[in-house]
Design a protein. Structure first.
Ligand SMILES: Cc1ncc(COP(=O)(O)O)c(C=O)c1O
Length: 454
């Protein structure tokens, strides 16, 4: 039995939607007047925001966005991690002015001195010996999957059900309710059936992984150390170590996608939990939102790739790995500024303290309202899900999604100056997030639940 009626929820949401429209005439006009934009936005994902149209924004600094109608919002969405370094931190602004203005040269297909600095810093943090760059985490994953198939001579990869690694074709596979692989619902006209390229297992299911790898045709497991795109699903004790062991036993490579789990610390979950991936991908926040991505290889894997090139595979021209703008001077300058001066080793602990306060406040409020919800934290990010205990895997987590509740809570927040990520209920801190920002969210969340359940 739910503690609130769906009709009450619908009425509250309708009220919030009306306030949103009334308070944001310039954003509404921006959307309605965007006659030449497909779906009225520069990228169709921007229609994900609740309220019927997204806010247009005028400025963004640190953890604050000012929208077109002049409201200041505390930003816990941070571009769904792209802005984990905060919006336009001073070292990034300076690096961009120097690279583009003073020195000149956004892209030349020639290296700058920043590249080796960034690669060495990534090695220091994540441990992998060799690095290559892309313009997005999606492409880092895409290109790496080619390399792991090349060296293992195996056709398939393994992913966890309801994981997300960017728009990489092979990864759009989930398990249906009967545990059978199927194309992820909503997949847009896939070029081929990804159930043929990919084995899919539930997260935290080592027996399932063992059975899938027993076929001997999986080049690599591609996984986040904790799932972060279907709510946060944490690995159970021994799960990640178990993956490593199963990979070693079967000659399968292990790729960790740290694009979001970078929130676990300066060297992501890899450093924090002492993990030993064969390869690692990352993007988004690395360049403070300036387009970039990176993939790292152990020395052993790098040597294997070089050896495998004797088969004729071409990584220098049109073999399917790389792109003209990848590794450009602007991206590298951005990554150097962010790693060197913004997301430094010392900023993670205070950010994590704030998230711990944030998550504790959520838990207390949820308990006070007797709601069967749960909260998971991963370093500097946390997330609530509408089930308790917290989901163990993607299948459980997707079953707990509740679009009506999310719309209400997201709109309630926006109307009171608080943004959380539009895709689910995640909050992320940046170095400039303050205790007052967290308190503002808490007051909003308490008030929302008071209205919902009384
Ligand atoms: C874990 C993970 N990997 C890769 C990506 C792809 O990043 P991008 O969209 O910047 O290519 C995402 C995006 O949300 C992600 O969450």
């Amino acid at each position: 039995m739910e503690l609130f009626s769906r009709q009450h929820l619908a009425e509250l949401t309708e009220r919030e939607r009306a306030s949103y429209r009334a308070a944001n005439p310039r954003s509404a006009a921006l959307h309605e007047g965007a006659e030449h934009l497909f779906a009225r936005v520069p990228m169709t994902w921007m229609n994900k925001w609740a309220g019927g149209f997204p806010l247009g924004f005028a400025t963004a600094h640190g953890a604050t966005i000012t929208d077109l109608d002049g409201h200041e919002l505390v930003d816990f969405a941070l571009g769904d991690t792209g802005a984990m370094a905060g919006h336009s931190p001073a070292p990034l602004a300076r690096a961009m002015a120097e690279r583009i203005g003073r020195d000149g040269g956004v892209t030349t297909m020639l290296p700058t001195e920043d590249a080796e600095w960034v690669a060495a810093e990534l090695t220091r943090r994540f441990g992998l010996a060799k690095w290559s760059f892309s313009l997005s985490a999606t492409d880092a994953n895409r290109w790496l999957l080619r390399l792991v198939r090349l060296v293992t001579n195996r056709p398939k990869i393994l992913v966890f059900s309801y994981s997300y690694h960017g728009s990489v074709d092979e990864t759009f596979v989930v398990l249906d309710e009967q545990g059978r692989p199927q194309i992820r619902p909503g997949g847009v006209a896939p070029a081929y059936d990804p159930t043929e390229t990919t084995r899919v297992v539930e997260f935290n299911d080592l027996e399932g992984v063992k059975a899938a790898l027993a076929h001997g045709d999986v080049a690599a497991i591609l996984t986040e150390p904790a799932m972060t795109n279907i709510g946060i699903v944490l690995p159970e004790p021994g799960f990640l170590e178990g993956l490593r062991t199963l990979c070693d036993e079967t000659g399968t490579l292990l790729i960790l996608d740290e694009t979001h789990t970078f929130s676990a610390g300066p060297g992501g979950a890899t450093q924090r939990y002492n993990l030993r991936p064969d390869a690692l991908t990352i993007g988004k926040s690395l360049g403070g939102g300036v387009p970039c991505g990176a993939y790292g290889l152990t020395q052993e894997l790098a040597d294997r790739v070089v050896k495998a090139l004797a088969s004729g595979a071409d990584i220098v021209d049109v073999g399917g790995v790389g792109g003209t703008l990848a590794g450009n001077a602007m991206s590298l300058a951005a990554m150097r500024a962010v790693l060197g001066e913004v997301l430094t080793d010392d900023v993670f602990a205070p950010m994590e303290e704030l998230v711990t306060t944030f998550a504790t406040g959520l838990r207390e409020s949820i308990a006070r309202h007797q709601l069967p919800w749960s909260v998971n934290q991963l370093g500097t990010r946390c997330e609530y899900r509408f089930m308790s205990p917290a989901p163990r895997n993607g299948g459980e987590s997707v079953a707990s999604a509740d679009g009506e509740l999310e719309d209400f809570l997201h709109l309630y927040g926006i109307n009171r100056g608080v943004l959380i990520t539009p895709f689910h209920n995640m909050a992320l801190m940046c170095p400039e997030t303050t205790a007052a920002d967290v308190a503002k969210h808490q007051a909003m969340f308490d008030a929302a639940l008071d209205e919902l359940v009384g």
